[in-house]
Design a protein around this ligand. Structure first.
Ligand SMILES: *Cc1c(COP(=O)(O)O)cnc(C)c1O
Length: 406
């Protein structure tokens, strides 16, 4: 395989690395090299690779029924929706295939809610700087990042962006056309930025006072990633509508929009659709993910592992202040604020066979599977220590060279 002649649209700066198989937190490359996977397919492989319960659920379903469309009832989807509602604030679920599609559905629900409530002028959503909601045209506008919007024509109308955590800016952005506030409880792509204390509660109060819908994007934070089933539980604030995806299928493509009965009241027959949404294969895997993540003790174990990992990372940070400036995040959504360019740290970690993901604010994300073991945390710590040491040595050598050669 020659990557120089790849026919894939070159929209990603891919590492020249491909994998053959995975097991738990480990990946084996096509050349036989083993990597510790703390990238997790960007927070998707919540149960690691080839989890026996997921393999069994998918194989069993694959031998029975793949696809039938939403022209008929899909019992696996009804069951998954019921379980998601029982484990959250929601009464209703719409299944789709990705995070962006889930967020699109959330915005449609919010707009329709106001239309059927006699306020059709309300269609705008307040969003936050540093947000990431996906790459569809509307979600590019919601995310508001110039580097994503540039060259694609006028941004889709209806999104007003303000600084993350600034409640006064939110109040100033309110207008008679505001329908909803869209927010990630913890910004993932933006750099593992946790909503400041009291911020989500203040948004909730503002929404209640003005009849707006509060929409949480838990595409990255949901399904146990932060140590609770959904991140909003940590903040004691529930939304009206929520988007979920990444971890929900543990690697099988699936997304979902959750809503209260009130928020979803406009979504009647014909209001929305998806050919693949709620596909039996995705639903079988989603149900199997919930079997594991909602089992007694599972999330407590995630919290314990997260605590252990964070304690060890604090030690690494103290040893290498020139490489790691800060350790942040909740549960196993961890960000290292790098003191060197984050892509250099990601590359150095990859050289030490630890896979991680970059994020905004020069952060490196560590996203181990929720089933990570103590020995794997120790193995990651060793690799981070070695990578940081090598980066320090390289910097020292450069400094020496500059002193000698000017
Ligand atoms: C990844 C992500 C999305 C987009 O998901 P896709 O499946 O890539 O469309 C949206 N919101 C958040 C918070 C995400 O992390």
């Amino acid at each position: 395989m020659d990557l120089r002649v790849s026919h894939l649209l070159p929209t990603y700066a891919r590492a020249d690395l491909a994998f053959e198989r995975g097991q738990g937190a480990w990946l084996t490359a096509t050349d036989g090299m083993r990597f510790l996977d703390f990238a997790g397919g960007v927070a998707v492989n919540c149960l690691g690779h080839a989890h026996p319960a997921l393999v069994a659920a998918l194989s069993e379903q694959a031998g029975r029924l793949w696809h039938i469309s939403n022209l008929y009832r899909i019992p696996e989807a009804e069951r998954l929706a019921e379980r998601l509602c029982a484990a959250s604030f929601a009464d209703l679920v719409f299944f789709c295939n990705s995070g962006a599609e889930a967020m699109e559905g959330a915005v449609k629900i919010a707009r329709k809610y106001h239309t059927v409530s006699g306020r059709p002028e309300r269609y705008r959503a307040i969003t936050f700087e540093g947000a990431f909601h996906g790459r569809t045209l509307a979600m590019l506008a919601a995310g508001g990042q110039a580097k994503h919007l540039d060259g694609f024509g006028p941004p889709v109308a209806g999104f007003d962006q303000v600084p993350f955590g600034d409640i006064d800016a939110v109040k100033r952005a309110l207008s008679p056309e505001t329908a909803a506030i869209l927010v990630e409880p913890i910004q993932g792509e933006g750099g593992v930025r946790v909503a400041p204390p009291g911020f989500l509660r203040a948004l909730r109060e503002l929404c209640d006072a003005h009849g707006l819908l509060l929409v949480f994007d838990e595409v990255q934070t949901g399904i146990g990633r932060t140590g609770t089933f959904f991140a909003y539980e940590r903040f004691g604030v529930a939304p009206d509508v929520m988007a979920v995806a990444k971890g929900l299928g543990g690697g099988f493509p699936v997304g979902a929009v959750l809503a209260t009965a009130e928020a979803g009241k406009g979504m009647t027959i014909g209001a929305h659709g998806s050919t693949f949404g709620g596909n039996p294969l995705a639903m079988a895997v989603g149900n199997a993910v919930l079997d594991v993540v909602l089992a007694p003790g599972f999330l407590e174990n995630v919290q314990e592992k997260a605590l252990l990992f964070k304690q060890r990372l604090a030690g690494i940070k103290d040893r290498h202040p020139g490489v790691i400036g800060e350790v942040r995040g909740e549960g196993l959504l961890i960000g290292l604020a790098a003191a060197v360019p984050n892509d250099q740290l990601v590359a150095a970690l990859r050289s030490e066979t630890l896979l991680t993901v970059g994020a905004g604010e020069n952060v490196v994300r560590l996203l181990p599977p929720l089933i990570v073991e103590d020995a794997e945390i120790a193995a990651a710590i060793e690799r981070i220590d070695r990578a940081a040491t090598r980066l320090e040595q390289a910097a020292a050598n450069n400094a020496t060279r500059e002193t000698i050669f000017g």
